[in-house]
Design a protein around this ligand. Sequence first.
Ligand code: APR
Length: 311
Amino acid sequence: MAYPKVTVVGAGQVGATTAFLLATKGLADVVLVDVAEGLPQGKALDMMHGRSVELFGPRVTGTNTYEETAGSDVVVMTAGLPRKPGMTRDDLLAANSAILRGVVEQAVAASPDAVLVCVTNPLDMMAYLAWKVSGLPSSRVIGMGGVLDSARFAYAISEATGTPIDDVSALVVGAHGDAMVPLPRLSLAGGQPLTEVLPPERVEDLVRRTVGGGAEVVSLLKTGSAFYAPAASVTKMVESILSDADWLLPSCVLLEGQYGIDGVYLSVPAVLGRAGVVEVPEIALTPEELAQLRASAATVAEGVASLELGG
Ligand code: APR
C-alpha cells in the first residue's frame, strides 16, 4: 500500500516520538532528518525492528540530508533546542530561529507542495518565521500549540472533576506560553461548561496548572522538555491534514482580521484538511475573553518584531 509521505525534521524526543506514532498508526511513511550523524538512521532502524511486533505498514527512514525528503506531503519541524529548567520558551528565540531558517529553506526546496507544521519553540514566533522564510501561502504553514495546551487543560479538568477524559472537551487559545488563554466557559466536562461545574477559584487553579503544565514537566525532567503529549498533538493535526478530515483543532495560524487581530500567528480553532488551513471560523468570545486573546497576540507581535530586527 502506498502511504502519504511525511518528513519529520529533528530526530530528538518530539521528532522521534512523532515519527513512531505516525508509523504505528499507519498514517504515513516517515523520513526522519537530523544534523546528528547516525541519530535519525539509528532511531529509524529501531522503529523498523518493531514492525513485526506492532504490525505497521509504513516505513521510517533516517537521513542527514534532504534528498530523501523530496515530494513530502507534510513536513513537521521539531529541530531546535528544548527548554531547560528555569527557561521560558522565549529564551530559545535566537538559537532556534537560526536553526529553523535553514530547515525551512531546505525542506521547502525539496517539497515545494508540502504543508509545514512547526513544533519548535517559541512556537508562535517560529511559525511566523517559517511562513516568512518559506514564501508559502499562510494556509500551508501551521504551528502546534493549541492542541497541546487544550489537551493539558482537558487532563486537569478530567482529574479535578472525575469526568472520563473522553467526556471532556477543553479549549485553550492564544500564544503557546505564559500568555495562553484557557477558555473555561467553552470547555465542557460531561457536556456542562466548566464554569458551571466548579467554583471560580477551582477553575482558576486548573487554568494555572494548564499554563504551567509544560514548565512542570521541564522541572521534573531536569533535562529537556515535554514530548509525548506534544508528539501526540502534532500527530493529530497531521492526521486531519493527510486524511482531509477537516477537524476543527486549535492551531497556530496566521490571523488576518479574525478577532480584530491581523498579521500574527496565534492558536485559534481552525479547520485542517489536505490543503492545510481550510478555514478559520471566528468563535463568539465575550469582551473579556477577546481582550485576553488580543493581549496574548500583542506578546507574540513583540517577539516577532525582535525577530524582524534580527534580534
Ligand atoms: N537540522 C536538523 N535537526 C536539528 C538541527 C538542524 N539544523 N539543529 C538541531 N537539530 C536536532 C538536534 O540534533 C536534536 O536531535 O533537533 C533535535 C531536537 O531534539 P531534542 O533536543 O530532543 O528536543 P525536543 O524535546 O525534541 O524538542 C524540539 O520542540 O517542543 C519543542 O521546545 C521544543 O524547540 C524544541 C523542539
